[in-house]
Ligand binder design. Sequence first.
Ligand code: GLV
Ligand code: MN
Ligand code: MN
Length: 396
Amino acid sequence: MHINPDRFLTSLHRLRQFGASGHGKGVVRPAYSDADMAARDWLAGEMRDAGLDVQWDAMGNLFGLAPEPSLLIGSHTDSQPEGGWLDGALGVMAGLEIARAARDAGGPPVSVVSFQDEEGRFGVTTGSAVWSGALSLEAADALTDTAGVSLASARACVAPREVSSIDPRGFKGFLEMHIEQGPVLDDARERLGIVTDIVGIRDLRITFDGQQNHAGTTPMALRRDAAQAMMQFNALLCERFRNVVTPQSVWTMGHIALHPNTPSIIPGRATFSMQWRDGNLDRLEHMERIIRDTAREIGEGGFDVTFGPLLALDPVVMDAGLRGALEAAARETGAAWRAMPSGALHDATNVSRVMPVAMLFVPSIGGISHAFEEDTREDDLVLGLRVLGDAVARLA
Ligand code: GLV
Ligand code: MN
Ligand code: MN
């Protein structure tokens, strides 16, 4: 196979034009937005030009299928509301370039995928969760984004395209190349990471309902201020986590909504996302007990506490055979590499339910991702592409 780095980089930069943010190389391409669907339609054309059979499913997952049982390579092309140009896009464009190179060389067969809503506008890696059977389409449809839009209504935009169901049994394994999105490789001046395992995640929407009232006349002792409840919850939680977590455990309240969110009204309602991640299943569950108990305890101070559905993905280990091919290819380059866990979530977690999976990382400059500044040196992008292509050849 003759990989073409220029063709790959040109495609990657072309994809960046869909939803270009105007801030550096950043993109705004959330799942089912006009920019996301335009990027997918463009990608479908690129897949067709690469000799692949284009198939969509009802979620808007987009596949370019090789004619025979094949490896599947890809990731996602949706972005965070403020996203980088490489998160997901890299893995899809690497798959596309390898499929083109394989076509030019007469094999091996390579299929390509861009999963939908990896970034969790509606959940956590929603598109691959539905495709792999981890989540039913019916349950997914009932999920809502932070603005209250349901997935069912958002995915209606897929409908003008013919949809089908793509059988996972047509694939021999899944390879996902991704930026690291953390500081490890960049700090160590290493150029490649071969993923050992992907951490698990839990995500829970919590609401405190107190009493909306006048911010001037209501004595402090009589208030049921939902924002204060939320802040007390956070302070207590950090204290209670102290003897439970490790330096690899993380938790985030990334979305907060106060009602009515104005200076002269005591907030009657606080709704927030509580997300936590860890490589250890028992610890994830222990953290969940602490979160629920702490919220209920705060509730006893005069608040109604409501928990949304728990979104959960367990930690997964990468397939030894696929990982071995990536390691052999990395070793061959002479570049510095390491085996490492992934602290970010990836579609590979869901896909591991239905076939062997493995992942390859390249460094993120400054460890920055889920931000417009996200970037990676182009020689690292190309090195990763070469390693992925070599691994595909070894596995053929
Ligand atoms: C995926 O984007 C994640 O949040 O890890
Ligand atoms: Mn990603
Ligand atoms: Mn992401």
